[in-house]
Ligand binder design. Structure first.
Ligand SMILES: *[C@@H]1O[C@H](CO)[C@@H](O)[C@H](O)[C@H]1NC(C)=O
Ligand SMILES: *[C@@H]1O[C@H](CO)[C@@H](O)[C@H](O)[C@H]1NC(C)=O
Ligand SMILES: *[C@@H]1O[C@H](CO)[C@@H](O)[C@H](O)[C@H]1NC(C)=O
Ligand SMILES: *[C@@H]1O[C@H](CO)[C@@H](O)[C@H](O)[C@H]1NC(C)=O
Length: 424
């Protein structure tokens, strides 16, 4: 296919750029680029709790340790006016690739999903998956010194992180089940959990799937395709150069976004359009400059090289499967030459799904493949605006009109008011 050929030509160019970018990064002591070029003091980062409190929400910070020793921060947000009368049961909200819990606040109080759901009196728990800046800790491993820390992909996030967060929230609140909202990778990890640990899947009452990532064979974003496929081909080489962590705060991509944001000549709506256009698809004016400024210190928020490599494989494969180590190592690890596929028919909780047409990351063809295998799909909706893209689901200023009503209506269907007898 012509498309694939153009991708492989691009791979070399992008591979060069990515590698050079990382080299440039290592020439400077940590924080030097930020200080000298951008005057971007790391400590000025406002975290989830601070943002929520700034807008007068109640926020709590919780620390969770997974079975394999990763330490994750999870945040809880509630609206003051709902104190003591939030709907039951609690709701878990999960971010996408190289994002964090902050993603659901970045669009601001009138568009950010975490704020809007708190306003609707839901008890919202916003998770973080290993490797981002809220989940860059381990009981033994040092992320700055031990490459083993970074030896994970979305597979481990689904196997360890989501179950650990679910257990914690249920323990803390006293419920037997919760509702789950997953966006992109945040939903891929849910699918993986259901496939690999069905006992955890049964702890979820209702499942709201927002542009879920599963099979990604038809991903159109040239940027994401090139980067992920390159990484999947050069993982060993790049890891040999000591590159284990990618897209972190202060790394190439994030500084680029900072520069675009700070550059006076590139103003709204061009800056937002440019960034979403490169990563995803153009949608002029959807992301405000205020959102972009918040994003610029939160996105991308870091993941492992190995995770991108797994994405790269997923983009070249018509299956949604575990990491492919090559025939010999697969035989040792999985007992088969081919990696096992994730079993989507085990995603048994009642599911509703929202997607957008102008999504260059999760393509409709892959989505249809996924939907076809879902055993308990109650409802599927395409966002009314045909220009709405993948990033818009969380960052668009129109989230309140185009994303929130679907989520809220379905959460209502999966919940009961506080004054009713305790929901189990
Ligand atoms: C968030 O900021 C508050 C106030 O500075 C601090 O106490 C807390 O430890 C921070 N949390 C995280 C996860 O960075
Ligand atoms: C990463 O994990 C794989 C599979 O679990 C293992 O074979 C490999 O040795 C690990 N690599 C490192 C650097 O820990
Ligand atoms: C997937 O799970 C279903 C339901 O438990 C089972 O019937 C089916 O055999 C599984 N498929 C695979 C490929 O393991
Ligand atoms: C709970 O409150 C709603 C309105 O807030 C009311 O309609 C309903 O009857 C109440 N249920 C019980 C069990 O009190």
């Amino acid at each position: 296919m012509a498309f694939q050929r153009s991708v492989s030509v691009n791979i070399l160019t992008i591979a060069g750029c990515v590698t050079i970018a990382y080299y440039i990064r290592t020439w400077f002591p940590a924080g030097q680029i930020e200080k000298s070029i951008l005057e971007y003091p790391k400590e000025s980062l406002v975290n989830f709790t601070q943002y929520a409190i700034k807008y007068r929400y109640i926020a709590e910070e919780h620390t969770i340790v997974t079975d394999d020793g990763y330490i994750l921060s999870v945040f809880r947000i509630q609206n003051k006016k709902c104190e003591g009368r939030t709907h039951q049961p609690p709701v878990m909200l999960m971010h996408g690739l190289t994002q964090s819990s902050d993603t659901f606040l970045d669009a601001g109080p009138n568009a950010g999903l975490a704020y809007l759901l708190a306003d609707a009196c839901y008890d919202i728990w916003v998770g973080n998956q290993r490797g981002n800046y809220y989940a860059r800790r381990h009981v033994i491993l040092d992320p700055d010194k031990d490459p083993t820390f970074w030896n994970f992909s979305f597979d481990e996030m689904g196997y360890y992180d989501v179950p650990a967060m679910i257990d914690y929230v249920l323990d803390h609140t006293g419920y037997k089940k919760l509702n789950y909202i997953g966006y992109s990778q945040g939903d891929a990890v849910f699918i993986i959990m259901c496939s690999e640990r069905p006992d955890y899947c049964s702890k979820v009452h209702g499942h709201i799937s927002l542009s879920p990532a599963s099979r990604l064979m038809n991903t159109k974003s040239l940027y994401m395709r090139s980067v992920c496929i390159t990484v999947s081909k050069l993982e060993t080489l790049l890891a040999g150069f000591g590159i284990n962590e990618v897209f972190s705060i202060g790394a190439f991509m994030q500084i680029l976004i900072e520069i675009i944001c700070k550059c006076e000549t590139i103003t709204e709506p061009i800056a937002g359009t440019l960034i979403s256009g490169v990563l995803d698809a153009y949608h002029t004016g959807s992301i405000t400059s205020e959102t972009l400024h918040r994003m610029s210190s939160h996105f991308p928020s870091g993941t492992s090289l190995h995770n991108l490599a797994h994405y790269g494989q997923t983009m070249q494969n018509d299956r949604f499967q575990k990491f492919d180590y090559g025939e010999t190592r697969n035989l040792i690890k999985y007992g088969s030459k081919e990696p096992p596929t994730y079993n989507i028919s085990l995603v048994t909780p009642p599911t509703v799904l929202l997607y957008s047409r102008n999504d260059n990351l999760v393509d409709k063809e892959d989505l249809d493949w996924f939907i076809d295998k879902l055993p308990n799909l109650l409802e599927i909706e395409e966002i009314a605006d045909p220009m709405f893209n993948h990033l818009d689901i969380v960052y668009s200023q129109y989230g309140k009109e185009l994303v929130f009503p679907f989520v809220c209506r379905n959460l209502q269907r999966f919940s009961v008011p506080k004054n009713e007898s305790r929901w189990v």
